[in-house]
Design a protein around this ligand. Structure first.
Ligand SMILES: Nc1ncnc2c1ncn2[C@@H]1O[C@H](COP(=O)(O)OP(=O)(O)OP(=O)(O)O)[C@@H](O)[C@H]1O
Length: 806
């Protein structure tokens, strides 16, 4: 049987009237099922004893006892809740009123399990928030936070689908409910994007999300801000209607005092405490006022006059035990009632708590002697709690129906669809995801590892007369113009420019016009022939004049070493060619070391083949870092993360959904990177391509998990970007991607081995260039280390998320 609001209000009043009166005879029971529960409460001992009865606390919709909560460090805490007690009876509307910054939102977020108390206890719908089986956070609660906390890129329909699935609703049910809510809250088309709605419309969508699953407990943080008076009234009418059946409860904060008249009970909060819990009618009677605004005006004036501290009191205040009523840093409150909204201007001044009575056991409104509004305080330490001391306030719930349900299909579906939709809606991100890796591979293969060409050499040849840049020689067994014959072999990568004298040639090198100068003296050919003919009997002068003199610009190691090698190899080729044409054994012209075919690689190894494995992994790893490092931060800043948590989504589920989304993306990225590297640019792969793919995917997952760590640890997106970018170069330089780690000082080598890319790069290099199988330790260690890093990053992320959630 539904009870009229007056009757409900009366019952709330009765609940509180016996608590401090010590009355043994309770008000008469009212007949219905809920009434029989009420009567049990009413026959229970007075309030002091009642708070020790777990059963009684579990009968309330919400029961808060000795709640302490501070922000900031333990050394400099900002106490927000100080020994707060609150009781919200089932089936009622509870209006939580108080000045801005008095801790309402903090209290509500503790009730819905978004935050944890430092000490004290909270019972919500018979369980403790955050415990298994309590359903809080979860679908038993509908929470509308103060901020919009929705994803702007979603349409109204997608927003509803997202939360509906999380709450375990069927799509059909969600659609039905959506129609009702669109109509009821006067919302525009369901296909409008949230970001394109007005502020008031966005708040209504946020309210609709809270109402979506018709929860047992609705917690609304200022739902009527920015809503026109007509709609505001229909919202209140709806709240009254849903609570009339007795199984739904509403806690609502509002700055429009007069609308709180429709609540069954009002909790007046100040400086982290509840000063009074009373029905609006009782408050009006007590203060002989016709409006609640007048009540608050009176109350505040009274408080103001009573809170001017004497010097002695000030002294006591500063020396009062922490957390006690006297120890609170309060503010003188100036009340402006304008257009029905409560405005409170605070002056920073320490004052005596207005509710501090002489009897330390009783905290209440000293100016009002009614037993009905006295709130019994057992003192901060009554249950052994010390403010600021973290106690375990969330023992496991005994009623653990769905403890073993780690997740639900609806939640995973909602989260994964949200992730894909977010990517899809952002074309820039899509391009980033698939075009960037391809661009990186193309640029790497075109720009890195190829031999430099067109290098200018300044040549002075006094051995032969050069005409029009031509250096003639006879390709048969002729011992003339050997300098020209040698120079003809020096054709790779170089452009020869002839100079008249050595001074000009050296100046060209000094001026950066040439990479080196070569000088052949006027007796070069004769001396060389004499050197070959005389062998060990050749004199020093002959030997010296048979040498080519070379001056190189070695400022560029790669070019310098390459020219050095080319000049030497050209001489070897020239000598072998000359010997062969003169019917000698060409081997006589070679150094007496025979380089056989290499066991791995070829005689002219490419730098690209060395760097490519590391580059493949680096591209996939850091793209994943870039993509995920801001994912959680953006959601957190939008408030979507918090709201999803309150709706019952766990950090593990959020991570899992991102892992799935990322994995799909990474498969595409890996395919593109490998196709371009191996098929288009023909980077050598001598191993099993399946292991190449697997290791690349695993490194992508590893990068993603590293991104999660950054995302969980950083509060701001820019910090995440800085951290991701900051980690790029050290990882690249120390992982042996562009230079062998064998070239590092030994300390750095150990550091290098501790990085996620090092062993994996070694492993991939061994597969690609050596074709080693997975059974080889160097190969499987890459897999093992990558898996270990993934596990470590996931554990760190979950730990940070849990820590932050608490
Ligand atoms: N995350 C936080 N870190 C540090 N301090 C915080 C945090 N959240 C709130 N506070 C502080 O706690 C106090 C209470 O804030 P809270 O948001 O609970 O107040 P409120 O009563 O809901 O205010 P309003 O009516 O303006 O929303 C304020 O002084 C606020 O600055």
């Amino acid at each position: 049987m539904a009870n009229p609001p007056e009757l409900r209000t009366e019952r709330v009043k009765q609940m509180f009237s016996w608590t401090t009166a010590g009355e043994t005879s309770p008000p008469s029971p009212m007949g219905d099922a809920k009434e029989s529960k009420m009567s049990q409460i009413q026959f229970s001992p007075p309030f002091e004893k009642q708070e020790n009865s777990v059963w009684q606390k579990r009968q309330q919709a919400v029961c808060v006892r000795h709640a302490f909560k501070h922000y900031g460090s333990k050394k400099r805490p900002n106490h927000v809740l100080s020994n707060l007690n609150m009781t919200v009876a089932k089936g009622t509307i509870y209006g939580l009123l108080g000045a801005s910054g008095c801790g309402k939102t903090t209290l509500l977020s503790c009730i819905v399990g978004r935050r944890k108390l430092n000490s004290g206890e909270i019972w919500v719908l018979g369980g403790k928030p955050g415990t298994k089986g309590s359903g809080v956070p979860g679908k038993r609660v509908g929470y509308m936070p103060q901020e919009i906390a929705l994803y702007g890129e979603f349409t109204i329909r997608e927003t509803m689908m997202y939360f509906g699935w999380i709450f375990g609703m069927e799509t059909r049910e969600i659609v039905e409910r959506l129609r009702f809510l669109l109509d009821f809250l006067d919302l525009p088309s369901e296909n409008r994007m949230v970001k394109n709605l007005s502020g008031g419309q966005q708040r209504r969508v946020s309210f609709a999300v809270a109402l979506m699953h018709d929860p047992e407990l609705l917690i609304l943080d200022e739902p009527t801000v920015g809503v026109d008076p007509l709609l505001r009234q229909s919202i209140w009418t709806h709240l009254v209607r849903i609570t009339s059946s007795g199984d739904k409860t509403v806690i609502i904060t509002t700055h429009y005092i007069e609308e709180a008249r429709q609540a069954h009970c009002i909790g007046l909060m100040r400086s982290g405490r509840l000063l009074a819990e009373e029905s609006p009618q009782a408050l009006l009677q007590m203060y002989s006022c016709i409006s609640l605004e007048d009540v608050f005006l009176k109350l505040s004036r009274k408080q103001g006059s009573e809170t001017q501290p004497t010097p002695q009191q000030s002294n006591q205040l500063t020396t009062a035990p922490h957390g006690s009523a006297n120890g609170q840093a309060n503010q003188v409150v100036e009340l402006n009632v304008t257009g029905g909204a409560l405005g409170l201007n605070k002056m920073s001044k320490r004052e005596e708590a207005p509710y501090a009575a002489e009897d330390a056991q009783v905290v209440g409104l000293v100016f009002h002697q009614s037993k009905e509004v006295l709130i019994v305080d057992h003192g901060a330490g009554s249950n052994g709690d010390i403010p600021g001391k973290v106690t375990d306030v969330t023992p496991e719930c005994e009623d653990c129906g769905d403890c073993l349900n780690f997740t639900s299909r609806g939640k995973i579906k909602a989260l994964i669809q949200k992730n894909f939709l977010r990517m899809w809606r952002n074309i820039g991100v899509m391009l980033f995801i698939f075009v960037l890796p391809v661009m990186q591979v193309i640029l790497f293969c075109l720009a890195i590892g190829r031999d430099p060409s067109g290098l200018r050499l300044a040549i002075v040849n006094d051995d032969v007369r050069i005409l029009d840049g031509l250096c003639p020689y006879n390709a048969s067994c002729s011992m003339k113009n050997l300098s020209c014959r040698y120079l003809d072999h020096l054709d790779n990568h170089t452009v020869k420019e002839y100079y008249a004298n050595l001074t000009d040639a050296l100046k060209a090198v000094e001026d950066g016009e040439a990479w080196g100068a070569l000088y052949f003296n006027e007796n070069y050919t004769d001396s060389l022939v004499a050197r070959l003919a005389l062998a060990d009997t050749a004199d020093n002068e002959t030997i010296t004049s048979s040498e080519v003199q070379v001056w190189l610009d070695m400022s560029n190691q790669q070019i310098g070493l390459m020219l050095n090698r080319d000049i030497q190899f050209s001489y070897r080729d020239f000598a072998k060619d000359l010997l062969e044409t003169c019917h000698y054994n060409p081997k006589l012209g070679d150094i007496p070391i025979d380089f056989m075919d290499p066991i791995y690689g070829n005689k002219n190894p490419s730098f690209t083949d060395f760097v490519a494995p590391g580059v493949i992994l680096t591209i996939v790893f850091f793209l994943a870092v870039a993509l995920t490092s801001s994912a959680l931060i953006v959601e957190r800043m939008e408030g979507l993360l918090d709201r999803s948590w309150v709706a019952g989504v766990s950090p593990g589920e959020i991570l899992f959904s991102h892992v799935v989304t990322q994995f799909v993306v990474m498969c595409g990225q890996t395919a593109l990177v490998l196709i371009f590297m191996i098929l288009v640019f023909e980077v050598k792969n001598n191993g099993n391509i399946m292991f190449v793919i697997m290791l690349t995917l695993l490194q992508g997952l590893c990068g993603m998990c590293f991104g999660f760590v950054i995302s969980a640890a950083c509060e701001l997106e820019r910090n995440a970007i800085q951290l991701a970018l900051g980690s790029f170069y050290p990882t690249l330089l120390l992982s042996g991607v562009i230079w062998p780690i064998e070239g590092m000082p030994w300390v750095l080598r150990y550091v290098s081995l501790c990085l996620p890319l090092t062993l994996a790069t070694n492993s991939l290099r061994s597969i690609l260039t050596r074709g080693w199988p997975i059974t080889d330790p160097e190969v499987y260690m890459g897999f093992v280390s990558t898996l270990a890093w993934i596990a470590l990053f996931l554990v760190v992320t979950l730990t940070i998320l849990r820590f932050k959630r608490n």
